[in-house]
Ligand binder design. Structure first.
Ligand SMILES: Nc1ncnc2c1ncn2[C@@H]1O[C@H](COP(=O)(O)OP(=O)(O)OP(=O)(O)O)[C@@H](O)[C@H]1O
Ligand SMILES: [Mg+2]
Length: 495
């Protein structure tokens, strides 16, 4: 066990970290903070949700010269939301020292960013494209950089950001420390490390599996055409507090979101074709728990730390094991429990096995929940609801009516009728999704090098806002209490 006091860090930073509620350092923090503070180049790999941000955040903040208003540290992140989140965490760590981290990302008005830059941030947390834009306009200069962090380094390569990254790293001529962090470090990272790092120390936390143990991982073998009904049933039975549903393409995410709304769930979608304001709005609704379900492409697979996500559903099996690891890693963070469920069509079983092999995890098979399972669940919910209500004191005004009724009808018949009335019928509103082809298993060594593909939802162009911003999410058909029960077999999270 390592306490933050054991690191040789300033009182200000120590206090800031205490205020964040951290007591002990996580294993990656215990290893990476001392090396990082020595100024070594390092590659840090640790499972999702284990505190990598603070692992690089503390050494970075500690190195900043507070008497200077120059930009001294750069963090590169693959998505805008992650750049923002990392900046927020760095601002918490640096608050006592008075260190300001500014997020810089595409989709936000560049003039607004130029204005914010006048406040002299010492650290920038950026997506590569927009940072380059500022470098070209000379609104950001990198001549005083002493620390560079690549968060989710492998994903930035996957997304085809290699040219941008090389251009940015090549432009930093001052002596600097470079740190790479991710839960997955495929081999292709080595080339980047060799080119831009100085004898990097490889820091890995010991564990056989690539995924955290506190996520129960399941899959269901189901034909493509039945997937949506199965997802609806799972949502009814498991009644997740907060769930992310991953779909393969932007179109898929749009269709899934509409389908879920049609059936009365409170869901919103997020992908790279939406305007930044819409993306921000959806993330906010989800964080505030105004909506229960966020439907997303892989744009939300990496790094996002939203507390309270209990369930991750892979409506479509992820493209590769790395994507699987990161997607399911949106739950089970900071030691909490989580559940993931992947829908796999019969021809994709080989692909699932490949994921199991690379991640060294066993994904447990579950059978397709039946319509009867849902009804049984709803009956149980109705019963629990009745029981709870009966125990409350505020039913007095109904007592005379009840007594009169009981004079005419026997009590068993009466209670049976009440349960029947309270039992919700599952919503079977027809929903049509465009079919997509199954994914084929591929060897892990051929993975990666994906071009920045339209399907993965990262492109900044075509920012169409397909949703009416003012439209409120529809009320979910079942209230949470009703759906909270009967999840023993399904690992639901009742309150
Ligand atoms: N020492 C600690 N004690 C308790 N909680 C911590 C500690 N360090 C970080 N956390 C919390 O753990 C959560 C996950 O941290 P973080 O987002 O840095 O994980 P990560 O390893 O970067 O995950 P990912 O691979 O998904 O990006 C955050 O909510 C963070 O505040
Ligand atoms: Mg992270």
């Amino acid at each position: 066990m390592t306490n933050f006091k054991d690191f040789n860090i300033s009182e200000d930073t120590l206090q800031a970290v205490m205020a964040m509620g951290f007591e002990e350092a996580t294993p990656i923090q215990a290893k990476a903070i001392p090396s990082g503070m020595e100024g070594k180049d390092l590659i840090g790999q640790a499972q999702t949700g284990t505190g990598k941000t603070t692992a690089f955040g503390i050494p970075l903040v500690e190195k900043v010269d507070t008497t200077s208003g120059n930009i001294q540290g750069i963090i590169l992140a693959p998505t805008r939301e992650l750049a923002v989140q990392v900046a927020e965490e760095l601002n918490r760590i640096g608050t006592k020292k008075g260190i300001f981290t500014l997020p810089i990302y595409g989709g936000q008005d560049i003039n607004r960013q130029i204005k914010a830059l006048k406040k002299r941030p010492q650290i920038i947390s950026a997506t590569p494209g927009r940072l380059l834009d500022h470098m070209k306009r000379r609104t950001i200069r990198l001549n005083n950089i002493h620390t560079v962090v690549l968060d989710e380094a492998d994903e930035m390569l996957n997304m085809g950001f290699i040219d941008e990254i090389e251009e940015i790293l090549g432009a930093i001529t001052s002596e600097h420390q470079t740190m790479l962090f991710s839960a997955t470090m495929p081999k292709k990272i080595e080339a980047l490390a060799q080119k831009f790092m100085n004898n990097p120390e490889l820091i890995r936390t010991k564990s056989k599996e690539m995924t955290v143990k506190n996520i129960d991982q399941h899959y269901i073998d189901v034909p493509e055409k039945q997937k949506f009904d199965v997802l609806s049933r799972l949502l009814d039975i498991q009644s997740p507090e907060l769930a992310i549903v991953f779909g393969r393409t932007k179109k898929r995410v749009d269709e899934l979101t509409e389908g879920l709304k049609k059936r009365g769930y409170s869901a919103e979608g997020i992908h790279g074709d939406l305007s930044q304001s819409k993306r921000d709005h959806v993330i906010r609704l989800f964080k505030e728990q105004t909506i229960d379900i966020m439907v997303a492409t892989d744009v939300a697979a990496r790094g996002l730390d939203i507390s309270g996500v209990t369930h991750v559903y892979n409506f479509d099996i992820p493209q590769d094991p790395e994507s699987y690891v990161h997607r399911i890693g949106r739950t089970g963070r900071a030691g909490r429990k989580g559940l993931s469920l992947t829908l796999v069509t019969p021809r994709e079983i080989g692909h699932l096995r490949a994921i199991e092999q690379v991640t060294k995890t066993k994904i447990e098979r579950k059978s397709v929940p039946t319509y009867t399972d849902v009804i049984e669940g709803n009956k149980q919910s109705a019963l629990d609801q009745l029981r709870e209500s009966a125990q409350q004191e505020d039913n007095k005004e109904y007592k005379t009516m009840a007594e009169n009724l009981l004079n005419d009808i026997d009590s068993v018949s009466l209670v049976s009728a009440a349960i029947k009335l309270l039992t919700k019928e599952p919503d079977r509103t027809p929903v049509h999704l465009t079919s997509i082809a199954p994914l084929r298993a591929k060897k892990s060594k051929n993975q990666g090098n994906r071009k920045r593909s339209n399907n993965r939802g990262y492109k900044d162009r075509n920012n169409k806002d397909r949703y009416n911003k003012d439209r409120k999410p529809r009320e979910r058909r079942y209230n949470k209490d009703q759906r909270n029960k009967n999840k023993k077999n399904w690992g639901g999270k009742g309150k």
